[in-house]
Ligand binder design. Structure first.
Ligand SMILES: [Zn+2]
Ligand SMILES: [Zn+2]
Length: 228
């Protein structure tokens, strides 16, 4: 073992020692003392044990280094990794609850991923994002979402119709989904733009016409004419 390996091992040991006196908030990531029950930053309930305890294997009792997800002795998933997954699932659920609040006119996302987020850009513009392991997974999920949009009455519109810009009129309001600029920020994290109103900026958009209302009086008149 070289000096660097020795130092790295020492750093891990020291970190694990410090971790015996520290908790980490599963909600916001802020550090806290072992005696604390609630996070001082966000008020979330803190886990029972310290960070170091979270890396003690429940199967074989091995104290693993901090940052380890699976026990190096027996491969069991460590309590801290289980806690992190549960906290992430709870955060995602919270975002999907917010979906109904902000994006209720659009079919809800159910195409996997993790670390969901909805950002409010103002004026009825929202961006939803989900992280994936790789670009292909994210790409496939976006394609599936595009199909669900179409099944829900979203259509390509405009002089140059595109499956990457889908629209739906609801109660005289145009709801627009942008699937074109999904991967501009991060290739493993598609960001889908949702906006109310007609798009601007050179996109040659033709507003879809609402279907004409059928007048019952006209049908009666037609009935007399054609005797049905
Ligand atoms: Zn917190
Ligand atoms: Zn173990």
């Amino acid at each position: 073992m070289g000096l660097f390996d020795d130092l790295e091992k020492l750093a891990k040991t020291v970190a694990t020692e410090i971790g015996k006196n520290v908790k980490v908030c599963p909600q916001c990531g802020a550090p806290a003392g072992v005696e604390q029950k609630f996070c001082q930053s966000c008020g979330a309930q803190l886990p029972e044990g310290s960070v170091a305890q979270g890396a003690v294997c429940e199967n074989c009792g091995k104290q693993n280094d901090l940052g380890t997800k699976f026990c190096i002795e027996c491969g069991t998933k460590l309590p801290i990794a289980v806690q992190e997954e549960q906290a992430a699932a709870a955060r995602n659920q919270q975002v999907m609850d917010e979906w109904n609040m902000y994006l209720g006119q659009y079919p809800q996302w159910s195409f996997g991923g993790r670390a969901y987020n909805i950002e409010d850009y103002g004026d009825g513009n929202y961006v939803f994002s989900a992280e994936f392991n790789n670009y292909q997974e994210g790409y496939n999920a976006v394609q599936q979402y595009s199909q669900i949009l179409q099944q829900n009455g979203f259509q390509p519109a405009g002089q140059y119709p595109s499956m990457e810009h889908l629209y739906k009129m609801v109660g005289g309001i145009c709801y627009h989904v942008d699937l074109e600029h999904c991967f501009e920020g991060d290739h493993n994290c598609p960001s889908i733009g949702f906006s109310v109103g007609e798009p601007s900026g050179g996109f040659n958009y033709v507003k879809p016409q609402p279907k004409p209302q059928i007048d019952l009086g006209d049908i009666k008149k037609l009935g007399k004419l054609f005797k049905f």
